[in-house]
Design a binder for this molecule. Structure first.
Ligand SMILES: NC(=O)c1ccc[n+]([C@@H]2O[C@H](COP(=O)([O-])OP(=O)(O)OC[C@H]3O[C@@H](n4cnc5c(N)ncnc54)[C@H](OP(=O)(O)O)[C@@H]3O)[C@@H](O)[C@H]2O)c1
Length: 273
């Protein structure tokens, strides 16, 4: 299942996350994922696993053009010239000649946001990236970009899960044709809080599915792109096995009630890295 970005480029609604996957683990995880049907991989320069992910893509025998590959520009590389250079480093490590989606990893001030994004527009015009976007941007950061750039961002990747549902941000993104993408969909390091959630457990039982499958399906039903991370083959497979059922309106509403605003990652403004 795919979503269409604002430039009509298609993005698979589920992808494999690879943060904290060590290079060797990432290699195996990408091979497992591609084997069970994933066609979307999410990495970042800072994850230190681009080389092995590129190698796994090559070794998988899946055609490059069938895979949607995202990487992200790290904070210390923001600014026009530094961005162009960092992009070259990333594609070299990944061993590819284009990236499907290039994201500014974090907001680092309005000036950096614009100069970095201008380099992204340049890469997009040259066809080296098929889509451009941002990560960890809130409404005010996005609005500043929309007011000042020529090519609208196509994606905003932010922390989104049962306790941080981002309905306002999602509405803003929909209104502006920006695709919302959920990172930490299983609550990342706090996954036990998700696994032990009684509402999700009850719903999972009803559909004969697991709690992570319910959490992933709920995002898909909302039209949010989702990138669960795992290095465990059985979990990689299970997390992708979410297309043979759909949640009732009533169950969607039950999950909506779990929205407490609890955030696991730092606030988007003033990150100190
Ligand atoms: N843009 C950003 O700033 C940013 C920030 C954070 C994350 N991300 C991206 O989003 C991806 C996902 O976020 P995340 O990695 O933080 O967290 P996540 O996907 O919410 O959770 C990952 C954790 O859940 C475990 N897990 C996965 N599937 C499971 C299952 N079916 N049953 C039980 N446990 C399961 C994984 O363990 P095992 O691996 O041991 O199986 C891992 O410990 C990242 O990998 C990265 O690509 C982006």
């Amino acid at each position: 299942m795919k979503v269409k970005l604002n430039n009509n480029y298609e993005m698979p609604i589920i992808g494999l996350g690879t943060w904290r996957s060590k290079p060797e683990e990432a290699y195996e995880a990408v091979l497992s994922a591609l084997k069970v049907g994933y066609r979307h991989i999410d990495t970042a320069a800072i994850y230190g696993n681009e080389e092995m992910i590129g190698k796994a893509i090559k070794d998988s025998n899946v055609k490059r053009e069938e895979i949607f590959l995202t990487t992200k520009l790290w904070n210390t590389d923001q600014g026009y010239e530094a961005t162009l250079k960092a992009f070259e480093d990333s594609i070299k490590k990944l061993g590819v000649d284009y990236i499907d989606l290039y994201l500014i990893h974090w907001f680092k001030g309005y000036e950096n946001s614009l100069s970095t994004y201008k380099a992204f527009e340049e890469l997009y015009r040259q066809g080296k990236v098929k889509a451009i976007g941002v990560s960890n941007y809130n409404i005010h950061h996005l609005q500043h970009l929309l007011d000042n750039v020529e090519i609208k961002p196509m994606v905003n990747q932010v922390e989104t899960h049962i306790t941080l549902q981002n309905h306002f941000l999602h509405d803003f993104c929909k209104k502006n044709n920006i695709q919302l993408e959920a990172y930490a969909p299983l609550m990342s390091s706090k996954i036990n809080d998700l696994l032990n959630n009684e509402t999700l457990q009850e719903i999972a039982k009803k559909y004969n599915k697991t709690v992570p499958q319910i959490a992933i399906r709920w995002l898909i039903e909302r039209g949010v792109v989702v990138i669960p991370k795992s290095v465990t083959p059985s979990r990689i497979e299970a997390n992708f096995n979410v297309f043979d059922f759909s949640l009732s309106d009533e169950d969607m509403q039950m999950i909506r009630k779990l929205n407490t605003g609890r955030k696991i990652f730092v606030e988007f403004d003033n990150v100190d890295y």
